[in-house]
Design a protein around this ligand. Sequence first.
Ligand SMILES: [Zn+2]
Length: 487
Amino acid sequence: MAESFLFEEDCCDIILAEDGEDKVVDILEAMRNDSVSTAFSGIEACGTSMNMMRAAFCKRLGIPFEPLAVTFQIEWNRECVAELLPECKAHNTCLFNNIASFFVEDLKETIDYLIQHPQMAIEVLSPLLAEKKAMKGTAWCVVHEKECKVVPCRRHLAGTSCRPWSKKGAGLGAHDPEVLFTLAWVGLMLLLENTEITSENVLTPGSGSSSSTVMDCGLGSLLLRLLGPLYHMEKVVLSPYMVGDPFNREREFIKMVHKKKAAAVISPLSRFCKRFFRMCQWSWKSIFFMHLPEMKGKGVVENELEMEYQWACQRPTSRAKELGDELAGDTMDFEAALNTMEFNFLQEYRRGWPEAAYQLNQDPGSGHGHHSKNEFEMFTLIHNLGLVWSDHVGRWLSPTEALACQHFPVVPYLHSPDLKLTSFHFDRQGRSGRHIGPQVGNSMHCGVMGLLQLHSLSEVLHPRIPDLFKNIRLVRPGWMALSVTGW
Ligand SMILES: [Zn+2]
């Protein structure tokens, strides 16, 4: 497992070996000139993964590391906003919690109507969005507590609302009210014209993972229609198992590069990614590490195993209530803390799939059960994560471990909180396992996100500003002085 977290350093080594040191210096230069904004990105896998990549490259070249300051973030989930706030304040990042507030005031009534009749939203709003008349560039920012302005960035990353196009979500497509948030996002993208946009979503029905063309269905049709005139688009399907992690999470990424603002793309994303794919050589079982004595008190939540156990026992439906005195003193019996439903599902899972990992809030008998297929493949973690159980430790996944499944740099002894790579390295009141579960289930995988962003830094060239223009401010006073004294 520890080796899995060397992914970023491996990427650096591969580039050093294949392209030489000059290329690595170019990438560091691109990191220095980088600017990033994000939307719908939950607990900020984008920024976290970029920090991990920056830290690895700086370490390899022996230069001091500086974390990425994201320009602005848009995230609607209240718990995620609370989680992100301390980091945003430290980096002066704007944080907007309602993307719909970017619609112009005149449209308010129309938007309220369209939320009731979402099937009409695309047709009604598209012409306005295309003319840049639907969006304003300002909204209420929770960091600065005032109306703040959004600005164009080199890169924008978004986990666009997946519910309308998700098989497990409502799958209503353009008939889902959430399509309005997607349209608001597209509107902002048209307004800002960032140089690059990366959109993450569930697999589009009918789209093969091998093709790199954006499909004319699902979210793809919307992006092609509205952003297609401005951007070159490429689609790639990536999953943590491709970068050597025993977790499945296939997602479709659409990378859009501005036709005028970017100078060139050296290599397409689909080909670039393959250079860094790794075999999975470790079992998901080693992600259960928080019970080891040396880990005590080192998780993202204070004494997290005790907290998890106490929370579970205190539930009115917990079996601990019935078992009462049978529970032996100080040792924590996690099985006894389950409720009857979870306990029954666990028995059923054990009979069908011994030694696997199980998701205890899903009924294995109904065909909706989630269990690992083998030691090298755990199921996709979802928002409704519940308790993910493994018999080899006799308990469920703890908050720190769940974050580590998504390659968050929170493993004690491997990642120092002093580096401030992620919001979980900042103190936050009220952080708890109950919030972290759904946050992890919705998050993107930091290894996959790092790879996507490395492509931008390495393969997307930006037009260089001639040095004369860059230095004009510096040169001018000297020139003025000369012209006064007579040249
Ligand atoms: Zn602000």
